[in-house]
Design a protein around this ligand. Structure first.
Ligand code: UD1
Length: 427
């Protein structure tokens, strides 16, 4: 079997208890933030995923040191000297762009290659740049890289036309060391923004209002090193919850902040699942065929997350009745449709709309993961399907899921076999 393939024989019921890995989307901006202070940072519960490894390559290339002890990541930023972000990971990962704000804050200039990431749409960075320009940065577009300079970063009002997660993070990162007060209007309210603000506060930053559309930052002269626990990944948790629902399973996921899940428990309840939850765990059991959901639209937090839209679609393709999904965040996020159809799903999609005519039985097939979240959703579909499924493109899934086949084994899945593309034990 190819090293980036996964084989699953279904149907298999997900059942058991699992501690959920650290969050990719929280860890990456926190790692970017470490460059704002000189010192030794300690991050607990950090996910060992390829996106984090790529971010570390960039930090190391810039002069930092980093090493792992289990899931504790130690980052030493004292010797940071390079404002040019290169390294192998640079063009591959969307969150390279988050280094714009933090390296500008520390070194007053920055150069990054145009950011990569999943193939889920155009993903422009105009809001990032406009926000940073408000704080005094000037950008020069070169053939392959973007060069930013800011002799002096100063506080300013910043109006984001859309609550972009990345742009909010970037402005926040640049504002903490800027002179004066920055007020971000129309800020993203995602839990990852709250985590970043909490981490920056631990470094000595003065921030208030995170988790609301208006964030106020009072610039400080200096930041110091900090220790932090990365929260568990709400998208990984959500993926497994849909998997449990589709396989008529019963799972308890631990170390999951309920406040990060938004309306997900309610939606699972609407689909017919029994849901129990407390502050940091959630239990889901499904005893019947899923019920269709007439209309779900993806939206900024606390709306339904675009990152779980593929897992929702996979689940609804096994529900009784017709469901309708509208994708409002990214324009190319229905790439899973064709693959689910190979497994017998009946889905019609046009532009940002998908209509799913659910049926209890999917069947195994050879399918292709084309992006991170869609790939994980295909794995959930394979568990619910009758017969053998080969999933290619597992390298996408490894960007965000630390060891999905081991997680699934802990959740009672037996007939699963990964090529070496899945994460190795503690490298
Ligand atoms: C982050 C998450 C990603 C999630 C997304 C939305 C990380 C590493 N990634 O991505 O998993 O799917 O939030 O919750 O945290 N936009 C612009 N101009 C900009 C910036 C964004 O037009 O300058 C548009 C994008 O094209 C997209 C929408 O805004 O249509 C949302 O993007 P944004 O919230 O910025 O997502 P990311 O930060 O890229």
């Amino acid at each position: 079997m190819d090293r980036n393939e996964l084989y699953i024989k279904g149907p298999q019921r997900m059942h058991g208890e699992l501690l959920i890995q650290g969050s990719k989307n929280a860890a990456l901006p926190i790692l970017a933030a470490t460059v704002l202070g000189k010192g030794i940072f300690i991050l607990h519960h950090c996910p060992k995923i390829s996106d984090v490894e790529h971010m570390l390559e960039l930090l190391i290339d810039a002069g930092c040191r980093a090493y792992w002890e289990g899931h504790m990541l130690i980052v030493d930023t004292r010797e940071l000297r390079n404002y040019r972000v290169s390294g192998n990971g640079a063009g591959k990962m969307r969150s390279t762009v988050t280094l714009l704000g933090s390296i500008l804050g520390r070194m007053h200039q920055v150069e990054i290659p145009y950011p990569g990431g999943c193939t889920i749409g155009k993903r422009p960075i105009d809001l990032h740049l406009r926000g940073l320009e408000q704080l005094g940065a000037v950008f020069e577009h070169q053939e392959h890289t973007l060069l930013g300079k800011a002799a002096l970063l100063h506080g300013a009002p910043v109006y984001l036309g859309f609550p972009s997660v990345g742009a909010t993070e970037n402005v926040l990162l640049a504002a903490v060391l800027a002179e004066g007060v920055t007020v971000i209007h129309g800020a993203a309210m995602e839990p990852e923004i709250v985590e970043l603000a909490c981490f920056l506060r631990k470094m000595g930053a003065k921030i208030r209002g995170e988790g609301t559309p208006v964030i106020t930052v009072e610039g400080v002269e200096k930041l110091h090193a900090a220790e932090y626990i990365v929260p568990s990944d709400r998208i990984v948790a959500g993926t497994y919850l849909f998997g449990a629902a589709m396989t008529r399973g019963e799972v308890r996921l631990l170390h999951v902040p309920l406040s990060h899940l938004g309306n997900l428990p309610g939606l699972l309840g609407q689909m017919g699942a029994v849901v129990e939850a407390e502050e940091d765990w959630i239990y889901v059991r499904m005893d019947q065929q899923l019920k269709a959901i007439p209309y779900v639209v993806t939206a900024p937090f606390p709306g339904f997350p675009t990152d779980l839209q593929s897992a929702l679609m996979a689940a609804l393709s096994t529900a009784s009745g017709i469901s309708f999904i509208e994708e409002k965040i990214f324009e190319a996020r229905f790439q899973i449709v064709e693959e689910l159809r190979k497994m017998g799903a009946s889905i019609a999609s046009e532009e940002s709309f998908a209509l799913i005519d659910g049926d209890d039985r999917l069947h195994g097939a050879t399918v292709e993961a084309r992006e991170l979240r869609g790939g994980a959703a295909l794995i959930m579909a394979a568990l619910a399907a009758e017969g053998e499924t080969f999933i290619r493109g597992m390298e996408y899934v490894c960007r965000g899921y630390e060891n999905i086949n081991e997680d699934l084994k802990k959740l009672g899945v037996k007939e699963i076999n990964a090529g070496a593309g899945n994460k190795k034990e503690n490298p």
